[in-house]
Every structure is written in C-alpha cells, then in structure tokens.
Ligand binder design. Structure first.
Ligand code: HEC
Ligand code: HEC
Length: 309
C-alpha cells in the first residue's frame, strides 16, 4: 500500500496533518473567545499613515463559517482518500486503479472500431485501407521513436520494410515479436577466437560472406575460426531466426558495415532489446499492427493477391 520503510514515517506525517488541522480550530476558538480591550471609539489604537485606524471588530461570521467548513471538509477528505501516512482511505481510491479504469474505458470506447477486424486474417487486414490507416497511426505513436516513422530503422534498430528478418517475417513471428518483445544477445567471443590478428582475419572472412570488399588472404586464414560463430549464425553464415542471429551473407548491417564494426561485435558483443508491447496495446491493436508491419515488406500486389484468395 505505501512505500514507507517503517511505520514511524507514516505516523509522523499523519500526526503532523492532524495536529495542523486541530491547531487551526484551536486558534479560531481562542481568538473568538478573547476580547481585545476596546476603546471607546472601537479602535485598537493602531494607526497608520496618520489617520488610518484599525477597527476592533470580530471576524465576520461567514468567514468563520467557511474556515470551519474547510477544516471539516479536510477531515472528511482524509477519511475518504489517502493522505494520512499509509492509511489508504475508506473509499480505497488509488491512482493505479484510476489509471486502469481510464485505460479500460478508452479501450472499451475504441473496441467497436476494431470489432470489424475481428477474425480477419493478416493478409486481409494488410489489404484493408482502414486497418492500414489505423496501423500506421499506431506505428507512429508506439514504434516510430525506435524504428523511424518510415519504419526503415537506423543503426541498432532494424529496418522493417525489407525482407531481412532477425526473428522471422511470417505474421506469427511478427505478432510474437510485438507481443512479447525480443532480446538479441551476442556474447563477446574474441577470447574464444584467439589473438587480435585472428579476430581481424575472421572479420575479413565475414566480409567475404556477403561478397563485400575484403582481403582474401586474411579471409582464408580466418575461415576456420568461423566455427565459433556457426553455433548461432549457422555454418553458412545465413543466420538463425530462433536466436535472432542475423544473416551475415547479405549486405544488410544492423550494427554498422565494415571490418571495424565486425571486430567490435566480436570483441564487445551486443544485447539488443525490443520491448514487449502487450501491456500497452490490446490484442486487436497488435493484430492490426502485425498486418501493418507485414504489409510493409510484402508488396501491394502480393497483398491484394493474398486477400483475394
Ligand atoms: C525502444 C525501442 C523500440 C520500440 C519502441 C519498438 N521497437 Fe521493435 N525493435 C527494437 C529493437 C532494438 C529491435 C531489434 C531486436 C534485436 O536486435 O533482436 C526490434 C525488433 C523488431 C522487430 C523484429 C525485426 C526482425 O528483423 O525480426 C519487429 C517486427 C518490430 N521490432 C516491430 C515493432 C513494432 C510494431 C513496434 C511498435 C509497437 C516496435 N517494434 C517498437 C526496438 C524497438
Ligand atoms: C551466442 C550466439 C552468437 C554467437 C556465438 C555469435 N553471434 Fe554474432 N550475433 C548474434 C546475435 C543474436 C546478433 C544480433 C544482435 C542483435 O540483436 O542486435 C549477432 C550480430 C552479429 C553481427 C552484426 C550483424 C549486423 O547486421 O550488423 C556480426 C557482424 C556478428 N554477429 C558476427 C559474429 C561473429 C564473427 C561471430 C563469431 C566470432 C559471432 N557473431 C558469434 C549471435 C551470436
């Protein structure tokens, strides 16, 4: 219920609050009882600017009434809502409950819009202009900060518009990626590879896999060391979507192109995280987004063909 580490602070704060309110009422009571010695002309004897006299009148009743109402309201409020240390209040109100209720209300209000998409296949959704428009807006809101508003990504953040997939580009792969997130882990393996020269040779071999410019003598020397990499990237270097290990034989580089980028990967490794979205998006929204992302790399003619089936 509360984040206090001991009851002391809870009591400390609660007592300051209660003593404060009680003190206000006490002050009012004392001042209302005590008569200030009045002069015959009903002034207190305080004079400012030569002729500005302070009158000796009691507080107006309406003002005292408001003062008391404020104190009573405060007491009632503290009884109903959290405010007295770790006492949660009789109404059981919490900001988390309020937030959840608002999310539920908003989700309920958009549910009818998504109802039409219920049970539609990913291919059909990808061909549906309204679903695509909604998908695009969802993407811009929740995905673009990492993948870019055109979904082409940037260094470390994959391009979602090409056909190169770390974790697979089938609808169910994309759906799983969005729902549960992904964590791509490449351990630092330089020690297992050997000396600095071994690592440099291996980097040249990796470059040769994609037909990129490389030193063929060094590449030949580094070839054997690729056995260590094969566990994840496959013997042919074409990657493994179960591990999120990228294909090293294409010319698409998530973490930068060139021997130095490869040496850096071998030396330092990399942990790259796609955060799970299931707590932020409804299942219906994830379905629409899946279709939107799938549609980005499956060109329109394919999409309309598939939905026509
Ligand atoms: C905080 C940054 C971040 C946000 C926000 C984010 N992503 Fe990602 N996403 C990543 C990273 C980083 C990866 C690569 C993970 C890896 O290297 O294995 C990734 C991977 C992916 C992949 C897999 C790509 C592949 O090649 O297999 C898909 C699909 C994807 N994201 C879709 C989305 C969608 C849709 C959203 C919005 C709901 C989204 N992402 C939001 C960072 C993000
Ligand atoms: C434990 C599994 C594993 C091993 C072993 C491994 N890698 Fe990786 N590697 C990965 C993963 C996973 C990624 C993607 C990281 C990410 O999600 O961003 C990756 C990424 C890379 C990249 C970046 C590719 C790009 O597109 O930018 C290079 C280059 C690379 N690895 C080379 C190697 C080499 C060379 C070896 C052997 C010395 C090796 N890896 C060993 C799992 C592995």
């Amino acid at each position: 219920m509360s984040d206090f580490t001991s009851n002391f602070w809870s009591w400390f704060i609660a007592s300051i609050t209660i003593v404060g309110i009680a003190g206000c009422l006490l002050l009012l009571w004392i001042t209302a009882r005590k008569k200030v010695a009045a002069r015959s002309d009903n002034t207190t004897g305080h004079v400012w600017d030569e002729d500005l006299y302070e009158m000796n009148n009691p507080l107006p009743r309406w003002w005292m009434g408001l003062f008391i109402i404020t104190c009573v309201f405060g007491a009632g409020y503290l009884l109903a809502y959290p405010g007295l240390g770790s006492f949660g209040g009789k109404l059981g109100w919490t900001s988390v409950k309020k937030y959840d209720a608002e999310v539920d209300r908003l989700n309920a209000s958009i549910a009818p819009i998504y109802a039409r998409f219920d049970g539609m296949s990913v291919t059909a959704l990808a061909a549906d202009p309204q679903a695509q428009a909604i998908g695009e807006r969802l993407f811009v809101n929740t995905c673009a900060q990492c993948h870019g508003s055109d979904a082409r990504g940037s260094k470390g953040f994959p391009n979602l518009t090409d056909n190169d997939w770390l974790w697979g580009g089938e609808p169910e792969n994309i759906h799983a990626t969005i729902t549960d997130g992904r964590m791509g882990i490449m351990a630092p393996v330089a020690e297992a590879v050997g000396s600095g020269e071994d690592v440099r040779n291996l980097a040249q071999y990796v470059l040769s896999l994609s037909g990129s410019p490389h030193d063929s003598v060094q590449a030949a020397l580094g070839k054997d060391k690729f056995l260590i990499c094969a566990a994840c990237h496959g013997a042919d270097g074409k990657g493994n979507q179960l591990l999120g290990a990228p294909n090293l034989t294409d010319k698409i580089w998530l973490h930068g192109y060139g021997a130095n980028a490869i040496i850096d990967m071998i030396t330092h490794g990399k942990t790259n995280i796609m955060p799970p979205q299931k707590d932020f998006l409804t299942e219906a929204q994830i379905n629409v987004l899946t279709a939107y992302v799938w549609g980005l790399s499956n060109n329109q003619s394919q999409v309309s063909q598939a939905s026509g089936q």
